[in-house]
Design a protein around this ligand. Structure first.
Ligand SMILES: NC(=O)c1ccc[n+]([C@@H]2O[C@H](COP(=O)([O-])OP(=O)(O)OC[C@H]3O[C@@H](n4cnc5c(N)ncnc54)[C@H](OP(=O)(O)O)[C@@H]3O)[C@@H](O)[C@H]2O)c1
Length: 253
């Protein structure tokens, strides 16, 4: 169970090798979290994340095969995880790809892969997992959205639209779960300096996986519904959302 200060005993990460999720797990394990289930595509990054969770002190840290795009497997996946590990206090939806806007805009198949990974597939997996959490009657779901989803930008509207979809889905899911004992927290980071953004010029108010993790832990403690990282982006986005289109269209990449 999640205790009164928002600390879970068990966590399931969808996108188990995510750097941001890794930073969150590194904060949760020394706190109270004993069981870490990292669901993702098999490979050295996932193995490394399991080892890092063990080094943090988790009693149980295991990888489970999961691919957001394999939507036909999501119900089985959720069933297997909850059967094997018991109650899950916290689920972190972290899977996502940035894609390459220019390439994807010219290749609908590549664009669809980004859309399925970030939105369709992940949202379908969240439905499967939320069903199990509803049955257990407690828990929290963290959805890693992005400020990129608040208003689609010419320079990354394929990725941005997937985050808009995921964010809207998470808002609806939160309302649907009202009264079930399960809560949803939406996290909207700005530019995070990590593997996903490697080699890119940092946007204003750029942050780190560790700062996102700190904000998540604070958000869990205060039972926040929406968390911006850094917090200043809440006000910044409120302004940017209303910029005239002619100005917004010229926003740099
Ligand atoms: N970095 C940023 O600036 C930023 C800002 C705002 C929001 N976010 C969001 O935060 C989340 C975590 O990103 P991150 O910064 O931690 O980057 P990351 O380290 O690249 O994490 C992305 C994760 O998604 C997984 N993934 C990709 N395709 C998948 C698929 N088909 N099935 C299952 N897992 C898949 C990756 O696994 P593999 O190891 O198998 O590739 C990796 O674990 C993402 O949703 C991202 O959109 C990031």
């Amino acid at each position: 169970m999640i205790d009164a200060t928002g600390r879970p005993q068990s966590v399931l990460v969808l996108g188990g090798s995510s750097e941001i999720a890794g930073a969150i797990v590194a904060r949760l394990v020394p706190g109270r979290c004993r069981t870490v289930v990292l669901a993702g595509r098999e490979g050295p990054r996932l193995t490394g994340a399991v080892e890092a969770a063990r080094r943090s002190g988790a009693d149980v840290a295991e990888a489970v095969a999961f691919d957001t795009t394999e939507v036909g497997h999501h119900m089985d996946f959720a069933e297997r995880v909850f059967e094997r590990f018991g109650d899950i206090d916290l689920v972190i939806a972290a899977a996502g790809v940035l894609g390459d806007q220019e390439v994807d805009a010219a290749d609908p198949v590549a664009a669809a892969a980004v859309m399925t990974t970030n939105y369709t597939g992940l949202a379908a997996a969240l439905l499967a997992v939320a069903g199990r959490m509803r049955l257990q009657g407690h828990g929290r779901i963290i959805v890693l959205s992005s400020v990129a989803g608040e208003r689609a930008r010419r320079a990354n509207y394929i990725y941005g639209s997937t985050k808009s979809g995921l964010d809207a889905f998470a808002q609806g899911l939160a309302d649907d779960l009202e009264g079930s004992g399960v809560g949803v927290m939406i996290v909207r980071p700005g530019f995070v300096r990590d593997r996903m953004t490697e080699g890119m010029t940092a946007a204003p108010f750029a942050t780190t996986p560790e700062a996102v993790a700190e904000a998540v832990v604070r958000g869990l403690a205060s039972d926040a519904a929406v968390v911006y990282v850094p917090t200043v982006l809440r006000g910044v986005m409120a302004v940017l959302r209303h910029l005239p289109r002619a100005v917004w269209r010229r926003m740099p990449g």
